[in-house]
Design a protein around this ligand. Sequence first.
Ligand code: 1YM
Length: 660
Amino acid sequence: MSEEVKNEEVTVQEENSDYEMKVNHSYGDEDIQVLDGLEAVRKRPGMYIASTSEKGLHHLVWEIVDNGIDEAMAGYATTITVTVDKDNVVSVEDDGRGMPTGMNEKTGKSTIETIFTVLHAGGKFGGGAYKVSGGLHGVGASVVNALSEWLEVSVFHEGNIYQVRFENGGHAVAPMKIAGKCDPAKHGSLIRFKADPTIFKETTVYDHNTLRDRLRQLAFLNKGIRLVFNDEREEDEAKRHHTFIFEGGLKQYVEYLNKNRTVVHDDIIYCEGHDQGIECEVAVQYNDGYNPNVYTFCNNINTAEGGTHEEGFRMALNRIINKYARDNGFLKEKDENLTSDDCREGITAVISVKHPDPQYEGQTKTKLGNTEVRKVVSAVFGTQLERFLLENPDQAKTIMEKVTLASQARMAAKKAREATRRKSALEISSLPGKLADCSSKDASICEIYIVEGDSAGGSAKQGRDSHYQAILPLRGKILNVEKARQHRAFENNEIRSMITAFGCGVMNEVDTSKLRYHKIVIMTDADVDGAHIRTLLLTFFYRYLRPILDEGYVYIAQPPLYKVQRGNAVRYAYTDRQLDEVKKEMGSNLAIQRYKGLGEMNPEQLWETTMDPKNRTLIRVTVGDAEAADQAFSMLMGEEVEPRKNFIIENANFVENLDI
Ligand code: 1YM
């Protein structure tokens, strides 16, 4: 939360269960203050929500949903329903007590109007129970109102529908009134709003998948709460309605995360507990993969940078696994302890804590800092893990075999890596033989094209501008690192070539300041094989060179699909839609050639269509959130064929941002 918000003059303090406002100025100023508060939000929305981009737009929904979740976690609501209608108007409804319908003494206005117009209202309201859901901790309602073209609140209470409508930057058009009658058994709150397009200039269109995925996640994180999603914009009935409710909580979350993976033991290790006012829930299951997938949350917020809850989890995992391994002969006296990496190979884990006063640290403020959490998680999870291993000796054995094998592989990988490193240090001048390097040493202008196949590689070598464009042809398909341990990856020639050519190191030693090219361009054929090779490359980058993705150095080249010729005039089309346009523009008697691969283009054509900065389209690859990327990669590289096929065809989830 920004300083600016903290310094607002209007504060609202809880007193018993009534809501009293303390106003640090003469009472007549109150209206102006309210105006000022909401006006401040409209002037600098970035201080209150993540941004005014698509992400910020979705933030509006989450602020309101969080209030519904709070009501459900307090035990009063069972269901929260989010509806997006055809005009991108959002409704969020819960079946809780309904917002208080009384008057606020100090403002002389209804409590509802106060909540939605006074910046601080939400956070400090409430009868003692702390707000644990994420976002802005309850200050959200007024922020959402400020950033909406209009917003309507309805409360269903004892047969009445109480209503307030806000317009024009958050002003109530009239005092709260009883707008109608409802079934006396009905109770709850309904908020409808339309995001203000003058604030959200990029877009006011919600993304179906973003809403669906987060609502599903919230259902996993808050077991027993029903989250319903209706997207009236969807033609397809199956996509229009979703209901998420998971009585099993994180246990079902782990099951879901592992659905495209092969698990190595049947039962999910699960625990929940609380201590010192902190609630803790953990679920764990190993799969036959080699990467750990550990997701951590505090108050339903994804703590992407980890923190004390994750540390507590690792401590317990290490301690208990090593203890069990020693006690049961999986580690001999002379053996080294298993490392934390060994214990986490192929693990899928979700850790969720709820804390009354979370402190966030780190670059992106997504690292939990409260030190007392470490002990709580370590104790709760450690106890349950130990018990699980003792009660399930067969599953314990599989896990022990997995982690001890990981340990052996780690030692082998270390040797292999050292060999690679020595080699690249020795052969500093000897970049991979297949690499046609560029002459410039200025990384900021240099580009490397990773090209599928020798023939396309040959065309690219001849067509390029050798001052700043390097070409690295790859032979056949590269190793699927999702299904191979580290040492095998380091033995693979194509992988070694890339590591050496990039020059930035690998794994946790990556240093992007040493990167020799600031554009790493994947150039594959526009067919299924090409898509597969691209995915293999991205998987390798994701697991071994993550910073080059995070920092935006990776691109995908877009070769044309068609060449359209009429006499001497030649045009290229990169999509089917473009082909239609070109056909229209060029008229009749056209010769249309569909390119099956890069190899069909001569060097000049390849330069002109795909490599020349004047004409080409490069797509920058970004990794959205880690869970989506992990899911995507495990699905793409896993056993299930059908989802993979669909995904490759859609291929949109981890490829964003056009860069020309
Ligand atoms: C769709 C969004 O906001 N539901 C909601 C909000 C409140 C209550 C119930 C509520 C809370 C309390 C007492 C309490 C809020 N109340 C306030 C405030 N759904 C949604 N449902 N009675 C009702 O916390 O004690 C803020 S939010 F401040 F008025 F108490």
